[in-house]
Design a protein around this ligand. Structure first.
Ligand code: SF4
Length: 305
């Protein structure tokens, strides 16, 4: 899957001091998963290497990217424009890995300073370039490099990119009400495992598709991705597995049903791993084929969890 990435994380010596940040990315754990599209926005706007360091200043959402030593150096508009440009250039990208804490690339970890005296105000700002790309590509899965060292967060990001890739294929063949419903049917239980609220909101969005399918589709994608960004809890997994089990209930005998219910409940309390409950449901599915369940994205997602 094609995924955009801050170029310094790919080992390109493009940081303001001429260094790279390859060590801050879990290359070996992601070997063979992604095809990377490396971008350095500060080099892209012509700042060169080495260059004067910049920082984020301002309040609320009105943030500016200015020089650390020279506040007269303001590259906010240039980074914004480059972000909009890259959003069109990176059409193939199914996700974006951003460098944490960078005033250009950071996602939710950038130190924001006061305009006048420069004292730190907060540390959850978004880099100007990252904000511009994501505003132009709502729903695009995005993650910061450091979080990808965590296997659960890494698996969740891979799943979001797989989901996004599927969505892009749908857009290419043309979004219709029927296709949107079929798409949701496939992601329903995965979304339920991650967030019941988003699951309900997504269902609500698709409740009337008589007009405005394209606009509803955009809102649906944002809702789906926001839900999949929430970590799936044990209770969420148990809930989704239990609903899926319902499709096979009548075809399973009493002992089969009791075993599966038991492992799902143990999964809920943490006494059994999610993978065990999922494997047992899959094996029940082999004995009692059900095309609807077989298509559930949930099963593929648990592989990466
Ligand atoms: S602007 Fe982004 S890609 Fe370039 S060096 Fe800084 S963090 Fe890395």
């Amino acid at each position: 899957m094609p995924v955009a990435i801050s170029a310094c994380l790919r080992g390109e010596a493009v940081r303001y001091d001429g260094s790279d940040a390859a060590a801050a990315f879990p290359h070996s754990q992601l070997a063979g998963v992604f095809e990377y599209m490396a971008v350095c926005p500060e080099v892209g706007i012509g700042m060169g290497v080495p260059r004067p360091p910049i920082r984020l200043v301002g309040t609320g959402s009105k943030l500016r990217s200015v020089g650390v030593d020279d506040a007269g150096l303001d590259v906010t508009e240039a980074l914004n424009a480059f972000g909009r440009f890259q959003a069109t250039q990176l059409k193939r990208a199914c996700g974006y890995v951003f460098m944490a804490r960078s005033p250009s690339c950071g996602l939710d970890s950038v130190k924001v300073r006061a305009e006048v005296r420069g004292e730190p105000q907060r540390s959850d700002g978004r880099g100007v370039y990252a904000a511009s790309v994501l505003a132009a590509r709502p729903g695009l899965p995005a993650e910061e490099n450091e979080r990808l060292f965590d296997s659960a967060l890494r698996g969740a990001f891979i799943n979001r990119t797989l989901t996004y890739a599927h969505w892009r294929r749908l857009e290419r063949v043309g979004l219709t009400a029927q296709r949107l419903i079929e798409f949701h049917a496939r992601y329903k239980y995965l979304l339920m495992a991650h967030s019941l609220n988003h699951y309900r909101a997504a269902g609500q969005l698709l409740s009337d598709l008589r007009t405005g399918v394209a606009a509803i589709g955009e809102r649906y994608l944002v809702c789906l991705m926001a839900g999949l960004t929430r970590p799936a809890s044990r209770a969420g997994h148990a809930n989704a597995l239990s609903h899926m089990q319902g499709y096979l209930k009548r075809r399973m005998d009493r002992s089969e049903r009791a075993s599966l219910t038991g492992v799902i409940e143990r999964c809920r309390t943490g006494a059994a791993p999610v993978a065990e409950a999922c494997a047992m449901l899959r094996s029940a599915l082999d004995r009692h084929p059900n095309a609807y369940l077989r298509e559930q994205a949930y099963f593929e997602a648990v592989r990466w969890a």
